[in-house]
Design a protein around this ligand. Sequence first.
Ligand SMILES: Nc1ncnc2c1ncn2[C@@H]1O[C@H](COP(=O)(O)OP(=O)(O)OP(=O)(O)O)[C@@H](O)[C@H]1O
Ligand SMILES: [Mg+2]
Length: 471
Amino acid sequence: MNTRSIRFRLTVWYAALLAGLLLVFGATSYFGLAGYLEWSLKDSLENQAQQIAVSHLADVGLTGEDYVIEEIKEHYAPEINSRFVRVTRGDGSVLYVSGIPEDQSFDPTGLGASTLDGDEPHTREVHLPDDKGDLLLYTMPFTARDGSRYTIETGAPFDAIESVLRGLLFTLALGMPVMIVLSIAGGYFVMRRALEPVNALTRSAERITSSNLGERLPVVNTGDELERLSIAQNNMVGRLDAAFTHIRRFSADASHELRTPLTVLRGELEELAQQSKLPEDSRERIGSALEETERLSRIVESLLVISRLDAGEARMEKKRFDFAELTAATVEQMRLLAEDKGISLVSDVEGSVEVEGDSARLKQVVVNLLDNAIKYTPPDGKVETKVRRNGGFAILEVKDTGIGIPAEALPHVFERFYRVDKARSRAVGGTGLGLAIVRSICAAHGGDVTVESQEGRGSLFQVKLPIVAHD
Ligand SMILES: Nc1ncnc2c1ncn2[C@@H]1O[C@H](COP(=O)(O)OP(=O)(O)OP(=O)(O)O)[C@@H](O)[C@H]1O
Ligand SMILES: [Mg+2]
């Protein structure tokens, strides 16, 4: 998982935000509920004390204390309802006190006599001795109609509140991680869908190179930022395409324009060289100028070929022919050149391998590769040529036992004007355009060319061309 991806980072942010919000929400609910429960318990204790006072104790002078006790038991049944009720006379003696409730939630036996700060009713929390529970205790002074004074106390255990709060805490502790995990999973999934167009754009953008600038990225019709991005990228590719076309056309035009003056120059020089009146020295110089001009012409010709092929402007014949036969014939034509250098030329060309294309240009491919192989192989070496069929492709292999190409130079040998050893190549007459032509011709035929080489051991060039299916 890529932790720097937008998808991962957004999911983490989103999960962290959600966790924070859930925590705030959980804390608010917890403390809110705690406050409310305590308040409502207090309120109910207060009501109960008021009722005891007003409904039962007010007329104690008329009804008698036993009646009051019976009434409290009957109406409030503190032991059954887990409540604590105590009524104390003004002299401190107890009129009524409830016992241990049935559910044993607390034991009030150890609860000391109540104290009243002044004559104000108040609520307090009492921790019963010997760990017998916690009570919320409401204490209220009361004067009956006959003037006798009492203190009424009502209490209830905290336990109930605590167990509700514990329940809430448990639910939150269990629910929050589940919600967070679910939201992470959901977010990750949603994010994948949202970012899928980005992946599609990336994949298409990676496919576009200088050779297929005519292609465009898919426009995602989402109406959002991604659609704008894809349109903007397409416009950019369009501008690049125009710029590339301009450059290609420029080199083609430049080479083309150079041809005529060069031809004229060559003609003039040739004529000059033939004039016998000239001193020997001048004739030699003219000869050397002529040689350089011829070299220049070759370069310009080659450049023109490459530029036109790359610009897709070259007129190419589309004809079916036997590539194996063409190769075999070319090898025979080059045999003399090889033998001059003492190199043995082996050709292993079996059967017929039909391809469709421009045979003159494809012959150029074989010539250039063989020329290199012979040029860069010392005497007594060997150059092998093979043509075979492999799946839907015709494969041409030219293998030599020559000087090889250093690893760092391998990626560049198909570039224009690239020569591994400039001084040496110039001595053997190379311009560094031979392989560039090979590559352009192969590309124009929908094929490609690759090289493997080891310095000092030899090289293997492999050309792959789509073959014509026999129908
Ligand atoms: N078979 C080979 N063995 C060793 N080096 C090679 C071989 N083929 C090509 N090279 C290297 O790759 C470079 C480029 O080859 P390319 O054919 O493009 O140019 P060139 O042979 O120098 O000149 P040109 O073919 O234009 O006359 C060569 O200069 C040479 O250094
Ligand atoms: Mg060459």
